[in-house]
Design a protein around this ligand. Structure first.
Ligand code: ADP
Ligand code: MG
Length: 230
């Protein structure tokens, strides 16, 4: 028991350290990005063709840093009532470009509506991470289906893909910090999503079969004010 507590404290300190480094690094990155964008504007005759590449790598660094910050210290800035159906549609529109690029059909199903009260941006982030993984796991010609239904006092979101699926061993590691099977993966996305959903007093579960696909189910309490302390 004592060991567990010590471990938790250690993790917390590491999290704080990581967060402060991430925070400090983010500012100079923003400055560099700004100047590069200016250079790109001035470079009409394309003497520096590598600028888009540098900008895209900077964008990647930014995403990683933001994920770290979110993991170490998710901030629930603003509680508001919003439509879950609307957020799901927004996120699907946002990720459709990625799906099209991969030859994956991203479908939004179900006409249910759910009103939630929580931080909209955090929920959006949690959904983006999970749906992005589904698209990334699905080969060209496959489908990712995002649906919403209601069950008692809970909203149920299902994200089902026809992708490569996970073995029981992989499934047991999902959500563990830094667990990734991708070349350029960070292993942060799922961990952040789990943390966000759980801090909204929701539940997230994964069902998967290798070669067949994965279904992620999110359950979120309806209406009721969500506890935001951790
Ligand atoms: P990353 O996407 O950077 O690898 P994540 O935390 O988002 O990190 O995901 C961790 C790992 O979980 C992925 O690398 C992948 O192996 C596995 N995974 C997550 N979602 C799916 C899915 N829908 N289908 C198959 N594998 C998945
Ligand atoms: Mg991911």
């Amino acid at each position: 028991m004592k060991k567990e507590i010590q471990k938790a404290e250690k993790l917390n300190t590491m999290g704080e350290l990581a967060a402060s480094i991430a925070h400090e690094v983010r500012n100079p990155l923003t400055v560099v990005k700004g100047f590069l964008q200016l250079m790109q504007k001035d470079d009409k005759d394309q003497r520096h063709p590598y600028i888009p590449l540098v900008l895209s790598e900077l964008g990647r660094a930014e995403v990683i840093i933001n994920d770290y910050l979110n993991f170490a210290k998710p901030e629930f800035k603003q509680l508001e009532h919003f439509s879950l159906a609307q957020i799901l549609s927004d996120v699907c529109v946002l990720l459709n470009a990625l799906a099209v690029k991969q030859g994956v059909e991203l479908k939004r199903e179900g006409a249910a509506e759910a009103l939630l009260l929580t931080d909209r941006n955090q929920l959006r982030q949690a959904l983006v991470n999970v749906i992005k993984n589904a698209i990334e796991a699905t080969p060209s010609g496959g489908t990712v289906t995002v649906s919403l239904s209601l069950s008692g006092d809970q909203a149920v979101v299902s994200i089902a893909d026809t992708g490569k699926g996970m073995t029981p061993e992989q499934l047991s590691r999902i959500g563990t910090l830094f667990y990734t099977t991708k070349d350029k993966g960070t292993g942060l996305g799922t961990t952040v999503s789990v943390k966000i959903i759980e801090s909204m007093q929701g539940k997230i579960s994964f069902k998967s079969e290798p070669g067949k696909g994965t279904e992620v189910t999110l359950k979120l309490p309806l209406h009721k004010k969500m506890n935001i302390s951790y």
